[in-house]
Design a protein around this ligand. Sequence first.
Ligand SMILES: Nc1ncnc2c1ncn2[C@@H]1O[C@H](COP(=O)(O)OP(=O)(O)O)[C@@H](O)[C@H]1O
Ligand SMILES: N[C@@H](CCOP(=O)(O)O)C(=O)O
Length: 293
Amino acid sequence: MRVSVPATSANLGPGFDCLGLAVSLKNQVIIKPAKFHSVSLKGEGSNNPALKDNNMFISIFNDFYYNLTQKKRHFRFEFFNEIPLSRGLGSSSAVIVSAIASAYAIEGIKVDKNKLLNLSLAYESHPDNITPAVMGGFNVACVQENEVKYINKSIPKSLKAVIVVPNRPISTQLSRKTLPFKYSKEDAVFNISHSSLLTAAFMSENWDMLKHASQDVIHQKYRMKHMPELFEVQKTSLKSGSLMSTLSGSGSTLFSIAYSEDANKIEQALKEKFPHFRVFTVDFDNYGVKIEI
Ligand SMILES: Nc1ncnc2c1ncn2[C@@H]1O[C@H](COP(=O)(O)OP(=O)(O)O)[C@@H](O)[C@H]1O
Ligand SMILES: N[C@@H](CCOP(=O)(O)O)C(=O)O
């Protein structure tokens, strides 16, 4: 049984805790029944011993598996991770979604994507990462009475994501603590209007509007000041032709969207200026979690 989940970029500037999209960078896990518990880990996180001994995927999987079957069994878990940890690309959402999907799939129990999304909500209370991780594409989501209400839309092949991953992680939990407790009415209006415009731009494929619509005043500046180089990354990306450039989730990744034909030029400019950061270009993912039994 194999499950793969895409990385996600949440907020997209003004859409704090409500907008997110999926990119074709994936974590994959293969699980087989076995005589003894064993774990193999390749790719991101493979040099982190804690992920072998105390793995969030395995504890969520075990809880769900036991609740579903009332049985305790041993498995071999083979992880192939492409999503960098704690860099704002939804690594924790990918773990949550894939662990729950796997517990169902290993027993051959079908779980529809809406149910999977709402089960994931118990572990990740803001829906802007889990929705694209499950559904793929661009997503607008909110939570009402413990249920995610969302609308999603595919992103065309004519766009690519240019991603800059700094060498320092940022924990989502800690990063949220650096944000103000209160905002002015002006800041609220600024973000509501820009987030609405950004949503309309994605829905109508009005890509030239992204640059104007992706502005935010409620979270990026507070977070990016802890890594001031990110302001330069953002400027360089926009100057080199990206359509928008925003902090990915809570950071530290800077995420840009570009027309496919401009992506290479933007990637090269960023690589030249920020040789100590990882810079790469990927497609968008319009499918979301994939379960193969
Ligand atoms: N591949 C993985 N396997 C197990 N746990 C993971 C994995 N990726 C992330 N995690 C867990 O999620 C935490 C990172 O979550 P978070 O700070 O929200 O970062 P992100 O922005 O990448 O979602 C890690 O410290 C680890 O506990
Ligand atoms: N809306 C959340 C998104 C966190 O995304 P992550 O990928 O950094 O976990 C926030 O801004 O805190």
